[in-house]
Write a protein that binds this ligand. Structure first.
Ligand code: ADP
Ligand code: MG
Length: 140
């Protein structure tokens, strides 16, 4: 086990419903520390670059439109096995499959509008953190 950092995004469906604080409480209760955080309104092109790995998927355009529709909160979470821990706290992509007590089970509206993003591996976490934050913005 090691201390890791992961990128989290509170998505437009959640910022719109004023759920930032409730979602942050879930992270903190799980032992994840928010070591950087900012609210931004992404352009569709910025989302497209971030989600480039999904560009062949049928939902790509819808995903980019959604993520650019309202502000998001991008954040870096730090803690023991933070990448896996955060995925556990988030719950499954489709809220109907998400375990009880997870963010997506409690707050997500659909498989697309599912309240949070979390990096899935150490290499993607490092890339995604660097996409949004300069080193000096990470205050552990
Ligand atoms: P996760 O966010 O759990 O890592 P993926 O990386 O597979 O899930 O997908 C990225 C995002 O694309 C999802 O969080 C969701 O917003 C959207 N998405 C995934 N699958 C679908 C789908 N079948 N229909 C619409 N949107 C989807
Ligand atoms: Mg993913």
């Amino acid at each position: 086990m090691a201390i890791e950092r992961t990128l989290s995004i509170i998505k437009p469906d959640a910022t719109k419903r004023n759920l930032t604080g409730k979602i942050n409480a879930k992270f903190e209760e799980a032992g994840l520390r928010i070591v950087a955080q900012k609210r931004i309104h992404l352009t569709k092109a910025q989302v497209g670059t971030f989600y480039a790995v999904h560009k062949e998927r049928p939902f790509y355009d819808e995903l980019c439109e959604f993520m650019a529709s309202e502000p998001v909160v991008v954040q870096v979470l730090e803690g023991e096995s933070a990448i896996t821990r955060n995925r556990e706290v988030m719950g499954a992509t489709n809220p109907s499959d998400a375990a009880e007590g997870t963010i997506r089970a409690e707050f997500a509206e659909s498989v697309g509008e599912n309240s949070v993003h979390g990096s899935d591996a150490p290499d993607t976490a490092a890339e995604e953190i660097a996409y949004f934050f300069a080193g000096l913005e990470l205050v552990g």
